[in-house]
Design a protein around this ligand. Structure first.
Ligand code: AMP
Length: 214
């Protein structure tokens, strides 16, 4: 299946993408994770992306499209993919459609996770990350041992862009540049809406049920 996860930062896209990727056996592609891995590795892409990410801005479309095109050419994407955090602008969506069209493929469903700004701010400021990819929340989904990952026991950290001022900037950008994608995919009949405030497992079940009924 070729799926896109849409929704504001902190709506639970990454969490759902991890579970859906395991269940549906398709790769989880997070442009944010690719940028963060490049920042960590000190690559030229990482250096360029860092200034945008740290201030809550979007990395330019041409740079982002290139990394997606590159990732899509990997063999594991032949069975499909779940895009998390991409596309984030109308030009990215248009270029993505073109890219898939050339391969005689198209997006099959867009999972739109809805959550209010006030909930997002609370969620992101309590979010804790592990370098293995697992994410936690100090109130809603705490690790068994404070500050340590349940899976690999590494120390958890707070993302630089999860500071309150940066969260507000990311939300502003989401409303200005990313939310028009709901309409874009609605017109193509691809949008499936979900309430991002429900417990994680409930939303996962609802998503899987509606994909089965498609
Ligand atoms: P995320 O982990 O999806 O919240 O992404 C973290 C940051 O990476 C975003 O705030 C942007 O700065 C950058 N980023 C991720 N995906 C994209 C994208 N599709 N287009 C532009 N910038 C992106």
């Amino acid at each position: 299946m070729r799926l896109i996860l849409l929704g504001p930062p902190g709506a639970g896209k990454g969490t759902q993408a991890t579970v859906l990727s395991e269940t549906l056996k398709i790769p989880h592609i997070s442009t944010g994770d690719i940028f963060r891995a490049n920042i960590k590795g000190g690559t030229p892409l990482g250096l360029l992306a860092k200034s945008y990410i740290d201030s809550g801005k979007l990395v330019p479309d041409d740079v982002t499209i290139d990394i997606v095109a590159n990732r899509l050419s990997d063999e594991d994407c032949a069975s499909g993919f779940i895009m998390d955090g991409f596309p984030r602008t109308i030009p990215q969506a248009q270029m993505f459609d073109e890219m898939l069209g050339k391969l005689d493929r198209k997006v099959e469903a867009v999972i739109n996770i809805i959550a209010d700004d006030s909930i997002i701010i609370k969620r992101l400021s309590g979010r804790r990350m592990c370098s293995c990819g697992k994410t936690y929340h100090i109130a809603n989904n705490p690790p068994k041992v404070e500050g340590k990952c349940d899976v690999c026991n590494s120390s958890l950290y707070i993302r630089d862009d999860d500071k309150e001022e940066t969260i507000k900037e990311r939300l502003k950008i989401y409303h200005e540049q990313t939310s028009p994608l709901v309409d874009y995919y609605q017109k193509k009949g691809l949008i499936l809406n979900f309430d991002g405030t429900k417990p994680i497992e409930v939303t996962t079940r609802e998503i899987l049920d509606s994909l089965n009924n498609k």
